[in-house]
Design a protein around this ligand. Sequence first.
Ligand SMILES: [Zn+2]
Length: 244
Amino acid sequence: MGLHLTEGYDRAPGTNSTAYNPGEPSLNMGLVRWEPKKMPLKVWISPGLSLPELSFSELQKVRPDQVYQMLVTQQDPQVNPSGDPFFGLPVANGWTPETNVQVQAGISEWSQFQNEGLFSFTFTDNPREAQIMVFFVDAFRDSTSPGGVMVGGNTCAQVYPLAQAMSVNIQQKPVIIELSTLVNSSPEKMIGATAHEFGHALGIKAHSPYRDDIMHENRIVTQLSPADKATIRRLYKSKPAYVM
Ligand SMILES: [Zn+2]
Protein backbone atom coordinates (compact mmCIF):
# COMPACT_ATOMS: atom_id res chain seq x y z
CA MET A 1 0.00 0.00 0.00
CA GLY A 2 0.98 3.47 0.15
CA LEU A 3 2.34 6.76 0.85
CA HIS A 4 1.01 8.34 3.99
CA LEU A 5 2.48 10.98 6.23
CA THR A 6 2.92 8.94 9.39
CA GLU A 7 6.52 8.33 10.28
CA GLY A 8 8.22 5.03 10.95
CA TYR A 9 10.71 4.05 13.56
CA ASP A 10 14.40 4.58 13.36
CA ARG A 11 16.57 1.60 14.13
CA ALA A 12 18.95 1.23 16.98
CA PRO A 13 22.56 1.57 15.81
CA GLY A 14 23.98 -1.62 14.33
CA THR A 15 20.60 -3.27 13.67
CA ASN A 16 20.00 -2.08 10.14
CA SER A 17 20.27 -5.54 8.65
CA THR A 18 17.88 -7.22 11.09
CA ALA A 19 14.87 -8.90 9.48
CA TYR A 20 11.36 -7.75 10.38
CA ASN A 21 8.29 -9.99 10.58
CA PRO A 22 6.80 -10.45 7.08
CA GLY A 23 3.75 -12.48 8.20
CA GLU A 24 0.17 -11.82 7.12
CA PRO A 25 -1.49 -9.58 9.72
CA SER A 26 -4.98 -10.95 8.96
CA LEU A 27 -3.75 -14.54 9.51
CA ASN A 28 -2.04 -14.20 12.87
CA MET A 29 1.19 -13.13 11.19
CA GLY A 30 1.43 -16.52 9.47
CA LEU A 31 4.26 -16.67 6.95
CA VAL A 32 3.25 -16.74 3.27
CA ARG A 33 5.40 -17.52 0.26
CA TRP A 34 5.32 -19.13 -3.16
CA GLU A 35 5.67 -22.87 -3.51
CA PRO A 36 8.91 -23.98 -5.21
CA LYS A 37 6.89 -25.87 -7.84
CA LYS A 38 5.48 -22.54 -9.13
CA MET A 39 8.93 -21.32 -10.16
CA PRO A 40 9.81 -19.52 -12.24
CA LEU A 41 6.96 -17.13 -11.44
CA LYS A 42 5.68 -15.51 -14.58
CA VAL A 43 5.00 -11.79 -14.40
CA TRP A 44 2.82 -9.98 -16.90
CA ILE A 45 2.87 -6.19 -17.02
CA SER A 46 -0.24 -4.96 -18.79
CA PRO A 47 0.04 -2.26 -21.45
CA GLY A 48 -1.33 0.36 -19.07
CA LEU A 49 -4.67 -1.37 -18.52
CA SER A 50 -7.06 -0.25 -15.81
CA LEU A 51 -9.36 -2.80 -14.18
CA PRO A 52 -13.03 -1.98 -13.45
CA GLU A 53 -13.24 0.62 -10.73
CA LEU A 54 -13.72 -0.67 -7.20
CA SER A 55 -13.48 1.08 -3.88
CA PHE A 56 -10.21 0.51 -2.08
CA SER A 57 -11.86 -1.52 0.65
CA GLU A 58 -13.33 -3.98 -1.89
CA LEU A 59 -10.12 -4.68 -3.79
CA GLN A 60 -8.67 -7.37 -1.56
CA LYS A 61 -11.66 -9.68 -1.67
CA VAL A 62 -12.75 -9.06 -5.25
CA ARG A 63 -9.75 -8.59 -7.54
CA PRO A 64 -8.14 -12.05 -7.84
CA ASP A 65 -11.49 -13.70 -8.62
CA GLN A 66 -12.52 -10.92 -10.96
CA VAL A 67 -9.36 -11.14 -13.06
CA TYR A 68 -9.47 -14.92 -13.02
CA GLN A 69 -13.01 -14.79 -14.43
CA MET A 70 -11.82 -12.49 -17.23
CA LEU A 71 -9.11 -15.00 -18.07
CA VAL A 72 -11.39 -18.03 -18.27
CA THR A 73 -14.51 -16.45 -19.80
CA GLN A 74 -14.97 -17.19 -23.47
CA GLN A 75 -15.86 -13.98 -25.24
CA ASP A 76 -17.93 -13.80 -28.39
CA PRO A 77 -15.40 -13.89 -31.27
CA GLN A 78 -17.67 -11.53 -33.21
CA VAL A 79 -17.15 -8.92 -30.50
CA ASN A 80 -13.58 -9.78 -29.55
CA PRO A 81 -11.85 -11.45 -32.51
CA SER A 82 -8.42 -11.13 -30.88
CA GLY A 83 -9.36 -13.38 -27.96
CA ASP A 84 -7.68 -10.88 -25.64
CA PRO A 85 -9.11 -11.55 -22.14
CA PHE A 86 -8.78 -7.86 -21.30
CA PHE A 87 -10.38 -6.59 -24.49
CA GLY A 88 -12.11 -3.30 -23.81
CA LEU A 89 -10.27 -2.32 -20.65
CA PRO A 90 -9.15 1.32 -20.83
CA VAL A 91 -5.58 2.54 -20.54
CA ALA A 92 -4.97 4.48 -17.31
CA ASN A 93 -4.52 8.22 -17.64
CA GLY A 94 -0.86 9.10 -17.36
CA TRP A 95 0.46 5.70 -18.45
CA THR A 96 3.07 5.56 -21.22
CA PRO A 97 5.15 2.66 -22.56
CA GLU A 98 8.05 4.13 -20.54
CA THR A 99 6.04 3.39 -17.38
CA ASN A 100 6.46 -0.32 -18.00
CA VAL A 101 10.23 0.07 -18.23
CA GLN A 102 10.09 1.61 -14.74
CA VAL A 103 7.84 -1.19 -13.46
CA GLN A 104 10.25 -3.77 -14.83
CA ALA A 105 13.12 -1.98 -13.06
CA GLY A 106 11.23 -2.00 -9.75
CA ILE A 107 10.47 -5.71 -10.02
CA SER A 108 14.07 -6.43 -11.00
CA GLU A 109 15.29 -5.09 -7.66
CA TRP A 110 14.29 -8.53 -6.37
CA SER A 111 16.14 -10.48 -9.07
CA GLN A 112 19.37 -10.72 -7.04
CA PHE A 113 17.77 -13.44 -4.90
CA GLN A 114 17.39 -15.69 -7.90
CA ASN A 115 21.15 -16.26 -7.74
CA GLU A 116 20.71 -17.44 -4.16
CA GLY A 117 18.06 -19.96 -5.17
CA LEU A 118 15.29 -18.39 -3.07
CA PHE A 119 12.83 -17.97 -5.95
CA SER A 120 12.89 -17.14 -9.63
CA PHE A 121 10.72 -15.10 -11.92
CA THR A 122 10.47 -14.17 -15.55
CA PHE A 123 8.43 -11.72 -17.60
CA THR A 124 5.81 -13.03 -20.00
CA ASP A 125 3.75 -11.53 -22.81
CA ASN A 126 0.93 -13.99 -22.14
CA PRO A 127 -1.42 -13.00 -19.30
CA ARG A 128 -2.98 -16.48 -19.31
CA GLU A 129 0.21 -18.05 -17.97
CA ALA A 130 1.04 -15.30 -15.46
CA GLN A 131 0.96 -15.80 -11.68
CA ILE A 132 1.57 -12.10 -11.03
CA MET A 133 -0.11 -9.37 -13.09
CA VAL A 134 0.39 -5.61 -13.06
CA PHE A 135 -2.39 -3.15 -13.86
CA PHE A 136 -2.65 0.60 -13.49
CA VAL A 137 -5.07 3.16 -12.15
CA ASP A 138 -4.83 6.92 -12.27
CA ALA A 139 -5.87 7.09 -8.59
CA PHE A 140 -7.49 4.62 -6.21
CA ARG A 141 -11.02 5.39 -5.14
CA ASP A 142 -11.56 6.11 -1.44
CA SER A 143 -7.85 5.91 -0.86
CA THR A 144 -7.25 9.33 0.55
CA SER A 145 -5.95 9.01 4.06
CA PRO A 146 -6.80 11.53 6.78
CA GLY A 147 -3.48 13.18 6.00
CA GLY A 148 -4.64 13.75 2.44
CA VAL A 149 -1.97 11.67 0.73
CA MET A 150 -3.12 9.03 -1.71
CA VAL A 151 -2.12 5.41 -2.04
CA GLY A 152 0.52 4.61 -4.65
CA GLY A 153 -0.12 0.93 -5.11
CA ASN A 154 -2.00 -2.14 -3.96
CA THR A 155 -1.45 -5.89 -4.18
CA CYS A 156 -4.16 -8.54 -3.86
CA ALA A 157 -3.44 -12.22 -3.42
CA GLN A 158 -5.25 -15.37 -2.35
CA VAL A 159 -3.25 -17.60 -0.07
CA TYR A 160 -3.81 -21.22 0.95
CA PRO A 161 -2.86 -23.18 4.05
CA LEU A 162 0.23 -25.24 3.29
CA ALA A 163 -1.47 -28.49 4.28
CA GLN A 164 -4.34 -27.84 1.86
CA ALA A 165 -1.97 -26.95 -0.96
CA MET A 166 -0.10 -30.21 -0.46
CA SER A 167 -3.20 -32.42 -0.42
CA VAL A 168 -5.33 -30.98 -3.24
CA ASN A 169 -4.52 -29.33 -6.52
CA ILE A 170 -5.57 -25.71 -6.05
CA GLN A 171 -6.46 -23.53 -9.01
CA GLN A 172 -4.23 -20.57 -8.31
CA LYS A 173 -5.76 -17.14 -8.84
CA PRO A 174 -3.35 -14.54 -10.09
CA VAL A 175 -1.79 -12.03 -7.74
CA ILE A 176 -2.87 -8.56 -8.86
CA ILE A 177 -0.69 -5.51 -8.46
CA GLU A 178 -2.22 -2.10 -9.24
CA LEU A 179 -0.09 1.03 -9.46
CA SER A 180 -1.24 4.64 -9.45
CA THR A 181 0.05 6.70 -12.36
CA LEU A 182 -0.96 9.89 -10.58
CA VAL A 183 0.79 9.25 -7.26
CA ASN A 184 3.84 7.67 -8.92
CA SER A 185 4.35 10.56 -11.28
CA SER A 186 8.14 10.34 -11.55
CA PRO A 187 10.26 7.36 -12.64
CA GLU A 188 11.79 7.12 -9.15
CA LYS A 189 8.38 6.96 -7.53
CA MET A 190 7.09 4.32 -9.95
CA ILE A 191 10.21 2.19 -9.47
CA GLY A 192 9.97 2.45 -5.68
CA ALA A 193 6.23 1.74 -5.59
CA THR A 194 6.69 -1.28 -7.85
CA ALA A 195 9.54 -2.68 -5.75
CA HIS A 196 7.32 -2.31 -2.66
CA GLU A 197 4.28 -4.00 -4.24
CA PHE A 198 6.37 -6.81 -5.70
CA GLY A 199 7.68 -7.42 -2.18
CA HIS A 200 4.05 -8.00 -1.16
CA ALA A 201 3.55 -10.25 -4.21
CA LEU A 202 6.53 -12.36 -3.13
CA GLY A 203 5.03 -12.80 0.33
CA ILE A 204 6.20 -9.95 2.55
CA LYS A 205 2.67 -9.29 3.74
CA ALA A 206 3.22 -7.06 6.76
CA HIS A 207 4.83 -3.68 6.48
CA SER A 208 8.19 -3.05 8.06
CA PRO A 209 7.97 -0.72 11.08
CA TYR A 210 11.17 0.98 9.90
CA ARG A 211 10.92 3.83 7.49
CA ASP A 212 14.24 3.17 5.77
CA ASP A 213 12.93 -0.15 4.37
CA ILE A 214 11.22 -0.50 0.99
CA MET A 215 8.45 -2.42 2.79
CA HIS A 216 7.60 0.41 5.15
CA GLU A 217 4.08 1.64 4.47
CA ASN A 218 5.28 5.20 3.98
CA ARG A 219 8.68 4.33 2.62
CA ILE A 220 11.12 7.10 1.95
CA VAL A 221 13.45 4.87 -0.07
CA THR A 222 13.22 3.44 -3.58
CA GLN A 223 15.60 0.51 -3.13
CA LEU A 224 15.74 -2.60 -0.97
CA SER A 225 17.44 -2.06 2.39
CA PRO A 226 19.68 -4.59 4.18
CA ALA A 227 16.67 -5.45 6.38
CA ASP A 228 14.42 -6.05 3.35
CA LYS A 229 17.05 -8.45 2.01
CA ALA A 230 17.40 -10.22 5.37
CA THR A 231 13.61 -10.53 5.56
CA ILE A 232 13.09 -12.11 2.14
CA ARG A 233 15.97 -14.52 2.78
CA ARG A 234 14.51 -15.57 6.11
CA LEU A 235 11.02 -15.92 4.62
CA TYR A 236 12.17 -18.21 1.82
CA LYS A 237 14.19 -20.37 4.19
CA SER A 238 11.25 -20.77 6.61
CA LYS A 239 8.43 -23.28 6.54
CA PRO A 240 5.38 -21.17 5.65
CA ALA A 241 1.93 -21.51 7.17
CA TYR A 242 0.38 -20.39 3.88
CA VAL A 243 1.45 -20.60 0.26
CA MET A 244 0.64 -19.02 -3.05
ZN1 LIG B 1 2.34 -1.98 1.20
